[in-house]
Write a protein that binds this ligand. Sequence first.
Ligand code: APR
Length: 293
Amino acid sequence: MKRVAAAVAVTTTTECTDAMAPPPPEFELSSNLEADLARVVRQLSTARHVVALTGAGLSVESGIPPFRGPGGLWTKYGEPPMDGYRRFVEDPAAAWRERLSPRAEWARALRDTLACARPNAGHLALAELERIGVLGCVITQNIDDLHAQAGSRNLLEIHGNHHLLRCLDCVRRFEPDAIEIDPDRLPPRCPDCGGVVKGDTVQFGEPIPADVLRRCYSEVERSDCMLVIGTSATVYPAADFPMEVLRRGGRVVEVNPTATEFTTSATDSLRGPAGALLSHLLDLSKREAGAAA
Ligand code: APR
């Protein structure tokens, strides 16, 4: 199923041009970091099941701002109210009117950047690491659809996907064009069970859909090595996954330009932008696999 950003066109008039993709950040690979990368590649090549947990930092190089820290959406606009889901359930028609033409400035800003974002070197490297058998699964907190567009296959979107719709009753997910959205007859209904349909994005206060959460924990329980990429590791349940791998005696490698609350727990930390570091990890992994072949 080819995924395109066009579906968002329903609610945005943003014209996407290639010039909108930010240039990759300047980055120098020090000899220490080269040694750290080589050590991590050996760990990945001997691991039983490698899982990558990704956050907003991975998509910064695709032009999508993070949530916290410098340039973060919440830093700029303040954290949104934590009761988005309760308000959806109380009045889904009103919530849909807000979705179709958002009044909140942060929502418009996020919608417009999502409309034009493309996978970056980091997303592509993870898809390739999966293809060559080094990486077993990607669990992402990002709703931006970029892992799917990059070709990741065993992909779990724990906070949903902004591109998709989901039935609140039967939890079936739909491409937007599979559901008739009539602004005069909101909320749209599930063609299968008649349930109320909402965006697949998990709102604040909304429980993580059980099917995704169950699969996340089964991947985490099998994992003896986790890459924690571009996340402040402060939002649960995702922030518990690396701790669970550590509790089971596994290794956790943090990939982030700056230290986070998780840094002291990580077994290894690679400091730098995800795009460049994951591309290096991929090149070294291919060389390692070649040498082993
Ligand atoms: N490469 C790697 N990491 C980066 C980069 C980069 N180029 N740029 C920034 N980062 C790091 C930041 O240092 C920070 O630690 O990415 C992290 C982003 O953290 P947050 O903005 O807190 O994003 P995330 O951890 O994904 O947030 C979790 O919170 O608001 C909710 O639902 C939302 O899924 C989101 C969740």
